[in-house]
Ligand binder design. Structure first.
Ligand SMILES: [Zn+2]
Length: 387
């Protein structure tokens, strides 16, 4: 069973201009826990006292989900994270030669540092789940990644995270997660090391979700995601899209409470000040709305004609919108929705003409506005639709 790590509160807060107050972070963590994610990455406590306090608060909630903190490979960060009461720790350190040169270290020193820090954290809190991330894993020299990962696991790391820090990977090519994960497992297996494998896919090429699914097919154990894919630059994998595909197409966790996703997205969107794009999968306003006349006519008979995900699964429903693309069937349906049973052709076509006129202004007509239109066209016949 795949595990989901949500990092809205850590990576997500690295979205420029996004800051969540303590009470908002707590609410988001509680919603994530109810939805059923396995790990909530709550922040990097060394960044600020606010963040540290939030992690302390979230760790005390008694969630089913593990609560994680991010830490550089330094003792001070480990101490701070453990002071917060977390039961999951993500330690990161680069292993690329160019990056190591930049900080005047060689691979031997880096690996020594990583394993000492991991052993220190494990000794301090034996039940702690530790993830080691070689930063920019996929563009780092293979031998360096293997050497650091193997020593990290020997020192006590439970999880190795393959980080596509720059959104570099492309499924189906020689830069695929599918191949990378198979090679990594095989190489570590030869050394009798069998850590869980996590993946952290950035979206710079718009391929984060595709790469996450490529990793899933290769047997990754943990996938990172965030609400709306919030994160550095183009962000990471969108949580709702990931859960939707894993549940609907790969039979993953029937215990996820996916109908709570809209509330979570509403909260994160509101307090981040970033609207959910209307065309966003699963959580966007238009995700289950049919517009074009031919589509709505078919969808009204059977939504499956133009839907492959069930809106009910996500607490949503199929909707029809009225605008310049509407057709006769859409208008007849909408009229019935506002209480006009078996509307006459005359009414349908006069309403359709007006709806198209409004649509050409770049607007849609909702059911309230539809009543106003009916009232205007037939003031005596529909007195109940008083303006
Ligand atoms: Zn990241």
């Amino acid at each position: 069973m795949i595990k989901i790590l949500d990092t809205t509160l850590r990576e997500g807060e690295q979205t420029p201009g996004v800051y969540f107050d303590l009470h908002i972070k707590t609410a988001i963590a509680e919603m994530l826990d109810r939805i059923g994610v396995d790990i909530i990455e709550a922040g990097h406590p060394a960044v600020s006292v606010d963040i540290k306090n939030a992690i302390v608060q979230i760790s005390s909630l008694g969630t089913k989900a593990k609560i994680g903190a991010h830490a550089r490979s330094v003792k001070k960060d480990i101490d701070l994270a453990l002071d917060c009461g977390v039961n999951f720790l993500g330690v990161f350190f680069c292993v690329a030669d160019e990056r190591l040169n930049h900080i005047d270290q060689n691979l031997h020193q880096a690996v020594d540092n990583i394993s000492r820090i991991i052993a220190y954290a494990k000794e301090k809190k034996p039940g702690l789940k530790i993830r080691y991330t070689p930063e920019d894993t996929v563009r780092s020299k293979w031998e360096n990644v293997i050497s650091a990962s193997a020593e990290a696991v020997r020192a006590g790391a439970d999880i190795i995270s393959v980080a596509d820090t720059t959104g570099y990977m492309i499924p189906g090519t020689d830069r695929s997660f599918y191949t990378y994960i198979h090679r990594l497992r095989s190489e570590l297996g030869k050394q009798n090391l069998f850590p869980l494998i996590a993946v952290h896919c950035h979206n710079d090429r718009g391929l984060a979700l595709a790469n996450a699914l490529d990793s899933y097919r290769a047997g990754a154990d943990i996938i990172d995601a965030s609400v709306m894919g919030f994160g550095e630059r183009a962000g990471i994998v969108d949580l709702a899209s990931l859960l939707a595909v894993l549940h609907s197409d790969f039979d993953e966790s029937s215990s996820w409470e996916l109908d709570l996703l809209p509330d979570l997205y509403k909260c994160v969107s509101h307090y981040s000040g970033i609207p959910v794009p209307v065309h966003f999968p699963v959580t966007g306003k238009n995700a289950f709305t049919h517009c074009a006349g031919i589509h709505t006519q078919a969808a009204l008979k059977n939504p499956i004609h133009y839907q492959s995900l069930s809106p009910g699964l996500f607490g949503r429903q199929t909707e029809i919108t009225l605008d310049h693309m509407s057709g006769r069937a859409t208008i007849a349906y909408a009229l019935e929705k506002i209480g006009i049973q078996c509307p006459s052709n005359e009414l349908i076509y006069s309403v359709l003409a007006k709806v198209k006129e409004v649509g050409r202004l770049g607007r849609t007509v909702d059911l309230d506005e539809l009543k106003y239109i009916v009232r205007l066209l037939n003031p005596n016949q529909y007195p109940e639709f008083l303006l």
